[in-house]
Design a binder for this molecule. Structure first.
Ligand code: 5GP
Length: 189
């Protein structure tokens, strides 16, 4: 396999897409590798540099933008940059694997536009904005201010769902996991 497939999961923060992505990564038959994004945001909890993200300073991030190193990048929240380095995709393809992304809505759509045939873009829809708020609060990783910022952004993101190849409704997690597995399995055939 010279160039693998690209599986994009996008959704508002708190919709459960990270759980789905982690589940799929455990399925060896799917042959997936996680696209580690670069970010300028602070490290959270037990996150590890080079595993969850490449944590960069804002200055380092801007240097990469200037050098055109990103396939896509986004200022997802104010002063918090996130992006996919081209070198990351090359790294994964050279392992003979398919790439799975956990990225925001604009980034996901941009990748689909750049690689329309190779990409499966999936939007994970939370049951409701209220439920989203509850999930973010339960996570206890962000301040109330940050939670409110994420919830405000979520409403706008929900409107972009129809632009994706597929929408998965994450009402019952087990169903969402099974559905995601089936979709990816079929796409990489
Ligand atoms: P978090 O701070 O919760 O890890 O991520 C915040 C948002 O940024 C999430 O929606 C996440 O999917 C998104 N994100 C993570 N990596 C990337 C990336 O490389 N590009 C873009 N556009 N968004 C990303």
């Amino acid at each position: 396999m010279e160039k693998g497939k690209l599986i994009v999961f996008s959704a508002p923060s708190g919709s459960g897409k990270t759980t789905i992505v982690k589940h799929l990564l455990k399925q060896i038959d799917l042959n997936l590798e996680f696209s580690i994004s670069a970010t300028s945001r602070d490290k959270r909890g037990d996150e590890i540099n080079g595993k969850d993200y490449y944590f960069l300073s804002t200055q380092e991030f801007i240097q990469h933008i200037k050098k055109d190193d990103f396939l896509e990048w986004e200022e997802v929240y104010r002063d918090n940059f996130y992006g996919t380095l081209k070198s990351e995709i090359e790294r994964i393809w050279s392992l003979g694997k398919h790439v799975i992304f956990d990225i925001d809505v604009s980034g996901g759509l941009r990748i689909k536009r750049k690689f329309p045939e190779q990409t499966l873009s999936i939007f994970v829809k939370p049951p409701s904005i209220d439920e989203l708020k509850i999930r973010l609060k339960k996570r206890k990783t962000e301040s109330d201010d940050k939670i409110n910022m994420r919830v405000a952004k979520a409403s706008a993101e929900l409107a972009t769902a129809p632009l994706f190849d597929i929408i998965i409704e994450n009402d019952r997690l087990n169903d969402a996991l099974d559905e995601a597995y089936g979709l990816v399995k079929n796409f990489i055939k």
